[in-house]
Design a protein around this ligand. Structure first.
Ligand code: PGA
Length: 222
């Protein structure tokens, strides 16, 4: 049975109250051994989510959506790897929206990866194709074609499978997930692909009931 990952990315959404409401509605208490759920939430709600996850023993790992390329120090507004240590297990680096709207360069992303790894954070590294450089220390790769993100038009799973396979083969068999307009309707097509090790979910992770249905679908997947 292959190891599967379900990565929720809330992006720039959720007030403190909305985050509390979401986590209170997350009723899933046990996932199969081969499923890892990772919730990448805004910095502002990580601490409260951590408390609630621990209190209710929920099967969720927390992740951040980005990280500073600098260590601790006089870098106003930045969140360093050291600050995230103990709060999250994972961090997304190189999401398409960070590259596009915040002009994050390859060089900066490699520095972020070094910072994350130096503090023991597991890296979910995002790429939009096979030719992007993936840091040696990445734990997971999230392949997200830009045209599929938030567009409601997921990629053809057979094409994604080929790309995920190539990425994995070029990078020591690293698990590669697909992301971009994944919903209950498109999920099965991706899960059934041999080289896709799970999915990244943006919009469909915001509503707790919709996300739970995705968790259930992945959990019942053989
Ligand atoms: P989406 O976002 O599911 O809303 O398309 C995916 C992502 O950017 O991770």
């Amino acid at each position: 049975m292959k190891q599967l990952y379900l990565v929720a990315n809330w992006k720039s959404n959720k007030t403190v109250d909305e985050a509390k409401n979401w986590i209170f509605q997350f009723k899933f208490r046990k996932t199969p051994d081969n499923l890892t759920i990772i919730l990448c939430a805004p910095y502002t709600v990580l601490s409260l989510l951590k408390d609630e996850i621990e209190k209710a023993a929920l099967p969720i790992f927390l992740g951040a959506q980005t990280i500073s390329s600098f260590p601790n120090g006089a870098f106003t507004g930045e969140i360093s790897a050291e600050m995230l240590k103990g709060l999250v297990e994972y961090v997304i680096i190189g999401h398409s929206e960070r590259r596009r709207y915040f002009h994050e360069t390859e060089e900066e992303l490699q520095k972020k990866a070094q910072e994350a790894a130096s503090r023991g954070l597991k890296i979910i590294y995002c790429v939009e194709g096979v030719n992007q450089r993936i840091p040696e220390n990445a734990a997971l790769v999230l392949y997200e074609p830009q045209t599929a993100i938030g567009s409601g038009k997921a990629e053809d799973p057979a094409i994604s499978n080929q790309i995920c396979r190539e990425i994995s083969e070029k990078n020591h068999d690293i698990p590669v997930l697909y992301g971009g307009s994944v919903t209950e309707a498109t999920l099965p097509g991706f899960l059934s692909q041999p080289s896709i090790s799970g999915v990244g979910v943006g919009k469909a992770s915001l509503d707790p009931e919709q996300f739970l249905r995705l968790v259930e679908a992945v959990s019942s997947y053989e």
